[in-house]
Design a protein around this ligand. Structure first.
Ligand code: PGA
Length: 250
């Protein structure tokens, strides 16, 4: 049975006080046996508050971005080694906003992915096609291209989680249909199988991201290759995010 995840990407939202309030409300709203299903990615400045608020729970957390070097003259960057030292379990990598707004290439994403793993954390790798790529029928080729460097470097002892986030669905309210998302998830898993073999492919959790809400999560989550969600907007209010988990399992 593959691990199911409900991951919250807060992007550049909330300050430390708001994060504290959020977690106090969130923890009141969930039962301890589901804690390990959740991962939070708050902005960097809120990571220590997050570590503190979640320290006696099974909830995982991590950063939205790191640099691939462990220390040195890299003004403004976050070290994966330091992130791991302060207790982070995960780190996002390859989010489409990083790729498009900050010009991260597949090579950058690969270097970051490796740095996250080598510091003992689990990378949550995001891949996804733009609307133009979707319309021109190249979705699977684009995704393969985003995956290649990483797949070639994997072995079956390394933990990682993948999120398929069609760029046209992020923050737009246009969610992929359950059938559409399942078809892509299935194609991704069969490509991972082809390149890395069945132990990597069968155990890989593939999350869907892009306008996930409590009203559309249930049908998506029923699909056999959708192992959870990476949620942006709808993760910002504790009750909305809890409801996504609840509805998914109904
Ligand atoms: P959204 O964002 O849920 O607001 O569409 C998802 C993401 O960017 O990870």
């Amino acid at each position: 049975m593959r691990k199911k995840y409900f991951a919250a990407n807060w992007k550049m939202n909330k300050n430390p006080d708001e994060s504290k309030e959020y977690f106090s409300e969130f923890l009141k709203g969930i039962k301890s046996e589901i804690e390990s299903d959740f991962i939070f990615f708050p902005p960097t400045i809120n990571l220590m508050v997050t570590a503190n608020e979640l320290k006696s729970t099974q909830i995982s957390w991590g950063a939205q971005n790191i640099y691939y070097k462990s220390s040195g003259a890299f003004t403004g960057e976050l070290s994966p080694q330091v992130l791991s030292k302060v207790g982070a379990d995960f780190c996002l990598v390859g989010h489409s906003e990083r790729r498009t707004l900050f010009y991260e290439t597949n090579e950058d994403v690969y270097l970051k992915f490796k740095a996250i793993q080598s510091c003992g954390m689990t990378p949550l790798l995001c891949i996804g096609e733009s609307l133009t790529e979707k319309d021109s029928g190249t979705t699977i080729d684009v995704l393969k291209n985003q995956l290649n460097l990483i797949l070639e470097s994997l072995n079956n002892k390394m933990d990682w989680v993948l999120a398929y986030e069609p760029v046209w669905a992020i923050g737009t309210g246009k969610v992929a249909s359950p059938e559409e998302a399942e078809e892509v998830h299935r194609a991704i898993r069969s490509y991972v199988l082809e390149v890395c073999g069945s132990s990597v492919a069968d155990s890989l959790s593939i999350l869907y991201g892009g306008s996930v809400k409590s009203k559309n999560c249930k049908e998506l989550f029923r699909k056999p290759n959708i192992d959870g969600f990476l949620v942006g907007g709808a993760s910002l209010i504790p009750q909305d995010f809890i409801e996504i988990h609840e509805k998914s399992f109904t």
